[in-house]
Every structure is written in structure tokens, then in C-alpha cells.
Design a protein around this ligand. Sequence first.
Ligand code: DI6
Ligand code: FE
Length: 402
Amino acid sequence: MTRSTRMAWRDMTLFDGLATLPEPMAVIVEDGRIAERLPMSRFDPAAFADCREMGRGGVMTPGLVDCHTHLVFGGNRADEFEQRLEGVDYAEIARRGGGIISTVRATREASEETLFARALPRLQALIDDGVTCVEIKSGYGLDLANELKMLRVARRLGEALPIRVVTTLLAAHALPPEFADDADGYIDHVCEAILPAAAREGLADAVDVFCETIAFSPAQCERVFRAARAHALPIKAHAEQLSNLGGSALAARHGALSADHIEYLDTAGVEALRAAGSVAVLLPGAFHTLRETQAPPIDALRRTGVPMAVATDANPGSSPLFMPTLMLNLACTLFRLTPREALAGMTAHGARALGRTELGRLEVGAPADLCVWDVETPAELAYAVQPGRLRQRLFKGELTHG
Ligand code: DI6
Ligand code: FE
């Protein structure tokens, strides 16, 4: 049996997913995994003479993890962007039958092929900005056939491009027109038909809900959580985005992987996340796009020790932003995260929000999903918004960039 060639990087500034190591490091990759990482002061070139030289200097990070996206959708919502600039707010547009429901119409009309073709360049943009693991939600189908169609597209994207795709069923995203005035009836349909089918076909890795006055009540979300657990699927929630209904605490009580958005999260919610070990997912792109003024309770989350992830929320309405490294910047400028916290949010903590704790860390034995950047310090990735800094990207030990 031939041994696969070892790859070696020298003199790297290594951000391992949680912190930057104090000394320049050598990193060895073999058989798709991190085989060794050692300080240059202990690096003996003779011991690694057989390695393929991959480069010297620069910053190495885990591949970025974008743990919250809605990348598969039909149409676009540039018209609503203009309406909002004229003063109509996001919730009002939703009440008038626009918002999420307008994307539902376009997504239902689109064929699986069209949805796939439209999502491909969006996903490629994430890959080109360093993402190696992405979560993709359904939620613009809102009926059995169209929710499954979206999830199949998400799965196919992960087969077509060098990236790990984690899928999430978000059938409880908005009330579809067929169930007007019967939200409970729709939740029955989600729990009895859509969720079981997605589980049976292996199309969903998790289940999400939108707990909000313009979407579903805590009681309705709780029914979805119970159904998810009955099918052994982990849960998460869009919660406290526009108001405080206690959705995060509810999700936490059901063992949620994460509560996402959380601008209106209160102290009890923070404590509930801590007690459950749930991740707080910060989505500065939606905050920015909706010109929200209330920031998530960062100090309380930090003080309490709740892990904070950062994601794009890439979607056609509230966050048409397909650039993960921009989110590092926005998380710092808008939410006052430190660059280290932002980067951990898109690596180790992002992975944890997906229940994939083997990812987002550059530890010995971890999968070799990693990026090498043409910068001198990890903080520069958050400080400047500048495409083109990705020097190399390794996915499952294979070089895809550089
Ligand atoms: N909150 C969001 O920001 C996304 N979904 C949600 O519940 C946006 C969905 C959209 O506006 O299309
Ligand atoms: Fe979202």
C-alpha cells in the first residue's frame, strides 16, 4: 500500500479555531487529517524531508463554517430593498404578503434544476471566501413537495462542490397561503407530513423554526421541536429577531444546538442558553440589512460563557450578503466582538452550532479542512474587507485553491 504524500507548511501563524498560537508553527497534513502541529523551534526539517512543501508564512485557520444560510431560493427581493429604503419595515412587508412569502412563490415556480443552477454561484462565492462547511435551510417551499425539493437541491450542491453541506428543515418559517388563518393546521401538517418525510428520506440533518409574531408562536414551535425529537433530529430556532417571545429559552429547554439572531434576547434567555449548552448564533448581515438598532446582548453572552457563532444568514430578504469574511468585520463593528471572537464564531463555534464539533478546529486528528490567508495576523481578516486574500484552501486534505 502506498502511503499518501505528507504536506508541510512552515512558519505559519496558526489560529486553531479558538485562539492564535503564541509561536510560529509547522503543520503537517496526511491522509486528509492534521497529522502534526508543532512550534518551529522544535521543527526538524530532516524529519519531514519526504513532505511536499506547501508554503511558508501567512495565517492558517480552519476552513470557515457558515452555520446559518438560506442559499437555495427562487427570484430576488430587490424591490423590497427599495420599499424598506422608503420607510416600509420588514414586518409590514411580510404582513402585506411580501417578504418570505414572495420568495416562496418564486421558489415553488422554479424547477429543481433552476434552483440548483441559481444556488451554485452563491455557494461558489462562499467557497472562494474560505468556507468548507455550510448549513443550508429549506423554508421557501412550505409544502411537502417544495420543502423536499429545496433539501434535495441542498444535498446535490454538497455533492457537486468541494464543501460539506449540512441541511436543516425550516418548514415552520412562514404561514403558507393555503393555511391562511390556520397556523395550527399548518403546524399539524409540518409535524405529521413534512417533517416525517424529510426524516425518512434522510434529507434533513436538523429542524429549525421561526418563533416570531409574524411567524409562529412558542406553543407552535414547541410542537415542531417535539416532532423533531421524535425523529431523533436536533433542533434550532430563529428567535428574538424582531421581538422577545422567549423562543430561545424554549429552544434551549428542548436541547437546541443554537438560537439564532437573538437581538431581543433577555437575561433569562442568556441563562437558558448557558444551562443547555446551546450556541448563540449572531447574524450581523440581517442586523445591517434591516437597519436594526437593538444589538444582541453580547456582554451578557460573553460574561455567561455562551459560545457565540457568526454566520451570513445569506438569503434574498434580510441578508443578501454572500461574503463570510464581511460578517467577521460586521460582527466586530456592529456587535463589538473582538476579531478573535468573530473568527472563533465562524470556525469552532460555528461548527458546534451544527453539532459538528470535529470541524472548525485545527487539532491533531481533525479533518484537514483549512485555509491559508495572505495576511500577517488573524485579526486582519476581520479588520479589512478585501477579497482575494485566500491563498490556499484545503478540503478533506485536497487542495482546491492555490
Ligand atoms: N429571519 C431571517 O432573517 C430569514 N428568515 C428568518 O426567519 C430571512 C428570510 C427572508 O426574509 O426571506
Ligand atoms: Fe435565517
